[in-house]
Ligand binder design. Structure first.
Ligand code: HEC
Length: 209
């Protein structure tokens, strides 16, 4: 008899614990969907994009898929290139996987471009261009809901401080006439300059390596 009176409350306790685990599971589901879903980035309530390390699910773009580093040095542009830095471009791994499978950019795609100064032009290996310090940071996002009025649904962002100070924490979408227009006209694959990214060219289905 004694053992029975002990077993019943124990069963009740286990039942309650089970219900709580179930309820927490349901409550946790949306945040899991958020991190695994097609929107990896976070905007604040002023429609400004946060830097990836500050997203709801923080992400280090230097751990994403690196696709290439175009460089337009001053020496090849009459001493005054518009962007004389290295442009290292990264794509979020979720969107790289879809690109590899389909050759298209899914809704929610994000690419980051990180600018690095030209440091030394001389190394033990010879003369050339060697990366210096990190400077600017930019992004492009394809989002048919948030940017339904932008050409191709692509919007462009820059956290770079034009005066050379520290990067901005948050930034608004740039006007289409400042960024989108050139991408729309000259980029190879749906607003993205894949013609300059060997990693993305090689990964596109149906292409040779
Ligand atoms: C005159 C044409 C032109 C304009 C204007 C332009 N871009 Fe680009 N953008 C390029 C080219 C070319 C590349 C390929 C890589 C490189 O050279 O940096 C590129 C690449 C990028 C990338 C890497 C992903 C991709 O789409 O290939 C981002 C992010 C980006 N630009 C952001 C911007 C932002 C932000 C602005 C506006 C402030 C802007 N761009 C304006 C020509 C342009």
């Amino acid at each position: 008899m004694r053992s029975q009176s002990f077993v019943r409350p124990l069963l009740t306790l286990l039942g309650v614990a089970g219900c709580l685990v179930f309820l927490f599971g349901i409550m946790a589901a949306p945040s899991i969907a958020k991190s695994k879903g097609d929107r990896v980035y976070t905007f604040n309530d002023k429609d400004e994009l946060l830097q990836p390390l500050d997203w709801d699910v923080p992400s280090d773009w230097r751990e994403w898929v690196y696709v290439g580093t175009p460089l337009t040095p001053n020496e090849l542009n009459n001493g005054k290139a518009s962007f004389p830095e290295f442009h290292s471009v990264y794509i979020h791994p979720d969107h790289y996987k879809v690109w590899k499978k389909t050759g298209a950019w899914p809704d929610g795609t994000i690419l980051i471009k990180e600018m690095t100064s030209v440091g030394s032009k001389q190394a033990v290996s010879g003369q050339g261009y060697f990366m210096g310090e990190y400077l600017g940071l930019e992004a492009t996002i394809k989002d048919s809901k948030r940017f339904k009025d932008e050409p191709g649904y692509w919007a462009y962002f820059s956290w770079t401080d034009e005066k050379g100070g520290p990067r901005k924490k948050t930034t608004k979408a740039e006007p289409a006439g400042k960024c989108n227009i050139c991408h729309q006209a000259f980029a190879k694959d749906d607003w993205v300059f894949t013609q300059y990214y060997p990693v993305l060219r090689a990964a596109k289905p149906g292409r040779g390596k």
